[in-house]
Design a protein around this ligand. Structure first.
Ligand code: FES
Length: 68
């Protein structure tokens, strides 16, 4: 599993196609096999990124974490 940190943006978790997940016990399905999680703390849809990081001028370096 790989977690990427987008420059000036969210954490992006790359998943397998068809992955399902539970959020607070509620099953969610994904349109794409990835999750973008808020890193700036300003999203109105936490824990997901809603693009607010661009409006608030969030800055942070890019990177990635790979769990093997
Ligand atoms: S990182 Fe995108 S809204 Fe926070």
């Amino acid at each position: 599993m790989k977690l990427r940190f987008r420059e000036d943006g969210p954490y992006v978790l790359d998943l397998e196609e068809g992955t399902r997940f539970l959020l607070n016990g509620e099953e969610r399905r994904l349109a794409r096999p990835k999750l973008a999680l808020c890193r700036c703390g300003q999203s109105q849809d936490k824990p997901f990124c809603d693009g607010t990081h661009k409006r608030v001028g969030f800055t942070a370096p890019a990177g990635e974490l790979e769990v093997q």
